[in-house]
Design a protein around this ligand. Structure first.
Ligand SMILES: *Cc1c(COP(=O)(O)O)cnc(C)c1O
Length: 415
């Protein structure tokens, strides 16, 4: 099994004449297709929306494409709210799912008319005191021991997010008493989860809870937000989620639980980031050194500052050497960056074709939680971001950082 690229070596060589490596390049056509498939699969839902998690790929040019496809945004900080505003998202196109939130961020979210998703019961009072209660309120539910999570977010009862089962009833009672009339319910319990049943179960858990809370508290919900965390096939052997399969199963449960209990219409919305853009980003790098000691190393001009996932989680990212797509994988390498940290490795013991200095190495699936997790440790600068448009032209959508950017927070005149 293999993973393909949407561009040829020749096309990348052309791009490099203008934009030197390393850079992330995103494929607009792929992003649009993925968005379209998701919306088609969930077309049975009244007013379906994916609120794209801005943190996955916070670039206004990408957000603009997603807006054209009908998406909203999921923000969790002031900067993400401001970015959403700049792209033109407003009111209930913005979901504000944050935690440990400063009052000024809530104020901004309220000013934009965003849907505010509260992470704790104490935030009702915090909002009243510091801002004002919005007309529509959503709470984030943490099922704790009622649900076992996957290896990324882990055991829900060890997770810092959301309200407990007991608290969630109380929370809606409190806001009902305060005159709130519009309600949403949110959860997010998995990350990069490829198990389709897990996503169906999440919807089922929220449907059940909607039924229970509606009866007990005497309110009517507008929507459930099943969160993000849908996985993508990073490994050639991984199987992509069949969004139609998941959607049809959620629809069955919707009919059984929501329609039967006279709680329809209830919107089903989500906050997927990775699913939408993850597979459509590529980190293009140049091999600048090869090293042969106790192991064989390939040294790239990119490092963990451009893509943290392998170093931070041991995550697999597929690699392709341009022009050697069909060569047999006769060598075993560690593919590394230049940080003074031994976990700055994009791959460990990876079988690849023989590599020479100057080869172009492409790291796959960097379209989500790639550039955005970057940092400046060791004085490494963040790369450029390019967007390959649907007509195959390539647009610079964020320039590479310069040394001046890195020094911008120092005032050398006072030195
Ligand atoms: C990170 C995050 C998401 C998006 O996660 P993906 O893995 O990119 O789908 C959605 N909602 C919340 C609350 C998050 O923290």
């Amino acid at each position: 099994m293999t993973k393909s690229l949407p561009f040829t070596k020749k096309q990348i060589e052309q791009v490099i004449k203008t934009y030197p490596t390393p850079f992330h390049i995103y494929d607009e056509k792929g992003i649009r297709e993925t968005a379209q498939n998701l919306y088609k699969a969930f077309s049975w839902v009244y007013n379906f929306k994916n609120f794209f998690a801005v943190k996955a790929l916070p670039n206004p040019h990408i957000l603009k494409v997603l807006k054209e496809k009908g998406m909203g945004v999921d923000c969790s900080s002031m900067a993400e709210l401001l970015l959403a505003q700049k792209v033109g998202f407003k009111n209930e196109e913005i979901m504000f799912t944050s935690n440990e939130t400063p009052a000024k961020d809530y104020k901004k979210a309220k000013e934009l008319g965003a849907i505010i998703n509260l992470d704790d019961i104490s935030h009702i009072e915090y909002l009243e005191k510091n801002v004002e209660l919005p007309k529509l309120i959503c709470f984030r539910y943490n099922p704790g021991p009622r649900r076992t999570g996957n290896r990324f977010i882990g055991d829900p009862k060890e997770a810092k997010f959301g309200l407990t089962y007991e608290q969630i009833f109380k929370a809606y009672e409190i806001i009902k008493k305060k005159g709130i009339k519009r309600f949403g319910l949110h959860t997010m319990v998995v990350s990069n989860e490829l198990d389709q049943l897990a996503h169906i179960e999440t919807a089922e858990m929220l449907f059940d809870l909607v039924v229970e809370i509606s009866k007990k508290v005497g309110i009517r919900f507008e929507f459930i937000n099943v969160g993000g965390g849908w996985g993508i096939p990073y490994k050639p052997t991984d199987k992509a989620i069949d969004v139609n399969f998941v959607s049809q199963n959620i629809k069955k449960l919707y009919n059984q639980k929501i329609v039967k209990n006279n709680l329809a219409p209830l919107r089903v919305v989500m906050e997927n980031g990775r699913l939408i853009t993850g597979p459509h980003g590529y980190l293009v790098t140049t091999v600048i050194h090869t090293k042969d000691i106790y192991k064989k190393y390939i040294g790239l001009d990119a490092c963990m500052a451009n893509l943290m996932r392998p170093g931070m989680y041991g995550a697999y990212h597929h690699e392709t050497i341009l022009g050697k797509e069909k060569s047999s994988k006769t060598q075993m390498y560690d593919v590394v960056g230049g940080l003074c940290e031994n976990n700055d490795k994009f791959a460990i013991d990876r079988k690849l074709p023989g590599i020479k200095v100057g080869d172009l190495l492409v790291i796959h699936d960097t379209g989500a939680h790639g550039y955005s997790m970057g940092f400046n440790y060791n004085g490494k600068l963040r790369s450029a971001e390019l967007l390959r448009r649907t007509d195959d032209s390539v647009q610079l959508v964020r320039r590479a950082e310069t040394i001046d950017d890195y020094f911008a927070t120092f005032d050398f005149s006072k030195f």
